[in-house]
Each structure stands twice: as structure tokens, then as C-alpha cells.
Design a protein around this ligand. Structure first.
Ligand code: SF4
Length: 397
């Protein structure tokens, strides 16, 4: 029962970036405090037209052009009042703004850009189910999100009006999973599955949970960041019977660690949902070791594990948001050793074409000889590690 759910999160320490509590910067649609706590009100009042965006923010010419294109032909625009309130209206370089306000550069293609960078369409054995690895599969349950992130890997289909997964598609996906018991981990994604009604989502998850071969369900959602009001007691009460459910979320900047997000994360963690975070490395948003250190420390304080730092996928129209591989390696070299291991994610490239994720790291092996490896520490010192002599191995009979 909702009333019996313990809320035992300790008070949070001061803000990780040391700044004063943030106020409502952008002119978010008004409503009473009660309205603003209602996730459906947040969705109904999301900014999704040029006129509403112009009312909310003084737009630059590049943003106005990007918004015009987004509402007429490109990847649509949607910004919840909550996420809008985190934007600095006087700063076109605001890291929250760069993630959600379209820009003219989205019309440009650069070498390597792909419409479907992870080759998902080629790895879709039945409609709505993507399988790129032996033991896990991705179930796409809706095309909708509270905020359309300008770097989205699935911009080709997110917000395209397809709506929620149809019954025959879901039945086909479940039949596939039943026939493939080697798939033990189902990632429920979209779009954002948490924009579905609690009844619909919990009924869908219950059908996945009925499959005896499925050990883990993962919910991939940006709601803790962009629509934290969605994470309420009723939701966790409805989903808890389907445990283990892991929540995979997506904080990219310490500015996103709002009070409402703190409450959402505490609600999830207190109800037994492990929460993991995947940060996408984005130019002008978080391509800076200090920013990421503040983000990762802030997440760990909120009991969220920084899981991946993802090299941005080469999605068509996102060249202005992507960084070279060397930028991520240099950031990891700065963070390694000065950030506790539980706050240090793995830097990962999801290889174009859907060949799978590849972890990358700054080079630590300086040289190798028989039985001896020279390693470089985070302080830059070179240290030899000697393998044990062959006779040290216990004999096996
Ligand atoms: S919430 Fe996820 S699926 Fe939706 S636009 Fe953002 S990145 Fe894409």
C-alpha cells in the first residue's frame, strides 16, 4: 500500500555545484503549485510550438530557425514546464537549453551521420522488439516523451505519432521472447514508457514478468530528469510487484538535479528500484571534467549509480552536439583516481551499425614483457607488475 511505503532518504547535502537554490528562470506555463506537481498537467502544458517557446524564452535566430523546422518537418519539440524552469532564459549556452531547444544546425549533416545509428531496424526480429545481444532485448512501447532531447538516438521514430505499442505488436514481441528463453533481460523503452498511464504500463510489465525466462526488467526513462512529478507513490506501488525492475535514467548535467528530481529518485530507491544513470557526453553541455565530477558525485549522494558515460551516437543532425573520442578519454583520465570508483562510470561507444557497445579507457599499459607489465597510474607514475611464477599456480590432479 502506498501509505506503508517507507520514505527514509536522509536530507540531501547542499547543492553539488555550490550555487544558491535555483529559481524558475524561464517563463514556464503558470499553474498552481498543485497543478505543477501533477505529471499530467506537466504533459498537457509542455511547450510544443514556436509561439509557446517564444513566450517562454528570448530565442536566438538559430533557435527560432531550429524550432520552425522542428514543428514543421523535423524531430518534434516538447519541453515540460518543469524542465523549462531549469533553463537560464538569458543564456543561450545554458546546458539544459542546449539539450531541448532545437537549433538550425539540426538541418546539417556531417560525415558519419546516420538516421538509425545503432542499426536497430536491421536488428528487429518482430515489430517493436530490438535484439542486438544474446541475452537482452529492447521492447519499444511508445513513441512519446515529456521532453524530446535534441540528441536522441531514436529521433527517427520518437514523437512520430505512432503512439503506444499495439496489442498485436506486443503479442508478437512476447511470443518471440517466449520462444527465446536465452533473453533474460528486457529493457522497456520507447520513447519514454513512463508517459504511459500507470494502469497501461503495469499491465504491460505484468505480461513481461509472466515469462519465466525473463530475470530482469529495465525501465529506460528520462522522467526522473524531465518529468519527475511522474514518479509518485501510486506508480511505485503498482510496479513493485514486478520486481526486480531496474530504472535506467539519463541525467546529463548537475543543473538537472532539482528538488523534484531528488524526490523522484528517493521514491524509486526507497521502493527497491536500483537506479542507474547513463550520461551522454555532449558538446557545450557536459564535456568538462568538473561538470561531470559534480554530476557523478551528486548522483551517488542520491543513491544513483553512474553507469555509463556514452559517446554520443552519430544521429543525423547532431554534429553540433557531439565530441571527438579524445575528449571523452581526456575527461576519464582527469576523473580516474580523483573520483571514488562508485561514482566513476565506464566510457562507452555504441558502435555504428548495431555491433554493440565497446568500453574505452585511457591507455594504462605502457609496455609488456614476459611476466612483466608496466602500468601508468592516475598520477602518471610508471609501475611494474610482475606475474606470479608458473610454479606458484596450484597443481590440478
Ligand atoms: S527521453 Fe529518451 S527517447 Fe525520449 S527524446 Fe529523450 S533520449 Fe529520446
Amino acid at each position: 500500500m502506498a501509505a506503508s511505503l517507507p520514505v527514509i532518504a536522509p536530507p540531501l547535502p547542499p547543492r553539488v555545484d555550490g550555487k544558491a537554490p535555483r529559481g524558475v528562470d524561464a517563463k514556464a506555463p503558470r499553474g498552481t503549485a498543485r497543478d505543477r506537481r501533477d505529471w499530467r498537467w506537466q504533459l498537457r502544458h509542455a511547450v510544443n510550438s514556436i509561439e509557446a517557446l517564444e513566450r517562454a524564452l528570448p530565442l536566438t535566430p538559430e533557435e527560432r530557425e531550429g524550432a520552425r523546422r522542428a514543428v514543421s518537418e523535423g524531430f518534434p519539440l516538447s519541453i515540460t514546464p518543469h524542465y523549462l524552469s531549469l533553463i537560464d532564459r538569458d543564456d543561450p549556452a545554458c546546458p539544459v537549453r542546449r539539450q531541448c531547444v532545437p537549433r538550425a544546425e539540426e538541418a546539417s549533416e556531417v560525415p558519419g551521420d546516420l538516421r538509425d545509428p545503432l542499426g536497430e531496424e536491421a536488428h528487429e526480429p518482430v515489430p517493436g522488439l530490438i535484439r542486438r545481444y544474446p541475452d537482452r532485448a529492447l521492447l519499444l512501447v511508445t513513441d512519446r516523451c515529456g521532453v524530446y532531447c535534441r540528441f536522441c538516438t531514436r529521433s527517427r521514430l520518437v514523437g512520430d505519432g505512432g503512439g503506444s505499442i499495439r496489442e498485436e505488436q506486443l503479442a508478437g514481441a512476447l511470443a518471440y521472447l517466449r520462444a527465446h528463453p536465452e533473453v533474460r533481460d528486457v529493457i522497456v523503452s520507447g520513447g519514454d514508457p513512463l508517459v504511459m498511464s500507470t494502469e497501461r504500463l503495469s499491465a504491460l510489465l505484468a505480461r513481461v514478468r509472466e515469462l519465466p525466462s525473463v530475470e530482469t526488467i529495465r525501465l529506460a526513462t528520462r522522467c526522473p530528469v524531465t518529468l519527475p512529478q511522474r514518479i509518485d507513490r501510486a506508480l511505485v506501488k503498482a510496479l513493485r510487484p514486478m520486481h526486480p525492475i531496474w530504472v535506467m535514467t539519463h541525467f546529463n548535467h548537475p543543473k538537472e538535479l532539482s528538488k523534484a528530481s531528488d524526490r523522484a529518485l528517493a521514491t524509486l530507491v526507497d521502493a527497491g528500484f536500483p537506479v542507474m544513470n547513463q550520461t551522454v557526453l555532449l558538446r557545450g553541455v557536459n564535456d568538462d571534467a568538473e561538470v561531470l565530477e559534480a554530476l557523478f558525485r551528486g548522483l551517488v549522494r542520491r543513491r544513483v549509480r553512474p553507469y555509463y558515460l556514452l559517446q554520443a551516437d552519430p544521429v543525423r543532425g547532431t554534429g553540433h552536439l557531439r565530441t571527438p573520442i579524445d575528449a571523452g578519454l581526456a575527461i576519464m583520465a582527469r576523473l580516474q583516481g580523483r573520483l571514488t570508483g562508485i561514482a566513476l562510470p565506464r566510457l562507452v561507444v555504441d558502435t555504428p551499425g548495431g555491433r554493440g557497445k565497446v568500453p574505452i579507457a585511457p591507455e594504462a599499459i605502457v609496455r609488456r614483457a614476459t611476466g612483466k607489465t608496466t602500468l601508468r597510474t592516475f598520477r602518471g607514475e610508471e609501475v611494474d607488475y610482475l606475474d606470479p611464477p608458473a610454479h606458484a599456480a596450484p597443481s590440478r590432479r
